[in-house]
Design a protein around this ligand. Structure first.
Ligand code: HAM
Length: 427
């Protein structure tokens, strides 16, 4: 009896063929963009102690309260699959004492899968890939903050090939946030009982999160809520103005969005999201912000950070066919070997080995294929030249140029001589 087919879990992807090429090209592009800003690469574990995200991202966030992928492990640790990188990267900076570096800011770039138990839909997955950077310093100055925003903006512009826009807001330091939280607690006091269950919880744990609620009736209430800009202390207001002037000077299009609070609790100053005007339905293709207390909350020194992450799958969905073609590297094959001889010695295999050592890409058809089928396969693989061995002339190799369709016979059973002939023909 045929066994039942097993499918991939909902909200996950297989990357095959062209998709995989595009994925890798985006990743390469993003890393080279980050390297231009002086970033070094970092890898962190795919699973971490749950407490890292409870303390880092916050109990009030959806990521921690509803979307954690918990691992069933024996022992005293509660591990979860990482739902994001920022807390992990900050943990790694503390654990490996990178903060002691005399060369600040520390600039780190990363890429890999993250896991959130969300309701899957287009552009919303349960396993997706983030590319991001984190800049960490004693204090994040305007120059470092702008570097982070500029890297996000320019990298997305380069990949998608058109202008994008940013939404920005400023959440302020602890004093401004405390003022604002108190204003929100006051505003929701007589409304919370009419709001959703999540909002009840958010009211107790982190009232800021209530502004993120997606329930239509609650969205209406939130439209009347106080806005953060009215509660920023003078220093925060000035910092925000300085950053906005820098964005103006850089000619980066942005919209101020008073309701942008972001779904993670660690943000303190500038927060931002980047959108593609041609693909609005995707939501933010990248997002980030400043965090002033995360290092301390994770047991590290008093340092600040700023960073962002792109969702690579969202960038892929936003690519138009021309940009896709631009990203797909030349995938042609230099040589395709067809060995039609009844009794095959190792000649074809040795020839392929020598050609590969000379830096050429080589593949072959399965032995059962006939000439026609093999030539069709060579075409599909974009082979530049096909090399054919037959029983009719055992010491001859047929060299077929797949573009001009011209074919010559070269008489030799010596692999080195065949390779010299091919190199000569390439010139
Ligand atoms: P985030 O907004 O949660 O921020 O995620 C960043 C990006 O990941 C989003 O803008 C989106 O493109 C993508 N993304 C989020 N959820 C999904 C999903 N379910 N499916 C597909 N793509 C998704 C963070 O994760 C922060 N750690 C960003 C950051 C870095 N802040 C400071 N440094």
């Amino acid at each position: 009896m045929k066994e039942e087919r097993i499918s991939k879990p909902r909200g996950t992807s297989d990357f095959i063929g062209e998709d995989k090429v595009i994925f890798d090209a985006i990743e390469d592009n993003l890393f080279s963009a980050a390297e231009k800003f002086g970033c070094k690469r970092i890898d962190v574990p795919m699973f971490e102690d749950q407490q890292l995200f409870v303390r880092g991202v916050g109990e009030g966030s959806d990521i921690v309260s509803k979307e954690m992928f918990k691992l069933d492990v024996k022992g005293e640790h509660n591990y979860i699959m990482r739902p994001e990188f920022t807390a992990s990267v900050n943990r790694a900076v503390i654990e490996n004492k990178l903060f002691a570096s005399p060369d600040l800011p520390i600039k780190l770039a990363y890429c890999g899968p993250v896991f959130r138990y969300e309701r899957p839909q287009a552009g919303r997955l349960r396993q997706f890939n983030q590319f991001g950077v984190e800049f960490i310093d004693e204090k994040i100055d305007t120059m470092t903050a702008m570097d982070s925003v500029l890297l996000l903006y320019r990298a997305a512009e380069e990949i998608l090939g058109h202008e994008l826009y940013l939404k920005v807001n400023y959440l302020g330091g602890s004093e401004s946030r405390e003022n604002y939280k108190n204003a929100l607690l006051d505003f929701y006091k007589d409304k919370v009982e009419h709001m959703c269950g999540d909002c009840h919880r958010r009211y107790q744990i982190n009232v800021l999160r209530m502004l993120d609620c997606k329930v239509p009736e609650d969205i209406e209430i939130n439209k009347m809520a106080p806005v953060i800009s009215d509660y920023l202390i003078e220093e925060d207001k000035n910092n925000f103005e300085t950053m906005l002037s820098a964005l103006d000077a850089l000619n980066i299009e942005y919209k101020r969005d008073e309701r942008l609070v972001r779904g993670l609790d660690y943000y303190t100053g500038l927060v931002f999201e980047i959108y593609d005007p041609l693909n609005r339905s995707l939501g933010a293709i990248g997002a980030g912000g400043q965090y002033g207390k995360l290092m301390e909350e994770l047991g590290g020194p008093e340092m600040e950070g700023i960073g962002f992450s792109f969702g690579i799958e969202r960038l892929m969905l936003a690519l138009d066919p021309i940009r896709k073609a631009h990203l797909i590297k030349d995938q042609s094959l230099d040589y395709f070997i067809v060995d039609l001889r009844e009794k095959k010695d190792a000649k074809g295999i040795i020839l392929a080995d020598v050609l590969r050592s000379a830096g050429r890409t080589v593949s072959s058809s399965s032995y059962e294929k006939k000439l026609n089928g093999s030539l069709k396969m060579a075409n599909r693989l974009n082979a530049k030249t096909t090399l054919i061995f037959t029983d009719t002339e055992p010491d001859v190799v047929l060299i077929k140029d797949m573009t001009t369709r011209e074919q010559i016979s070269y008489s030799s059973s010596d692999v080195d001589k065949i390779v010299s002939k091919l190199m000569e023909m390439e010139r």
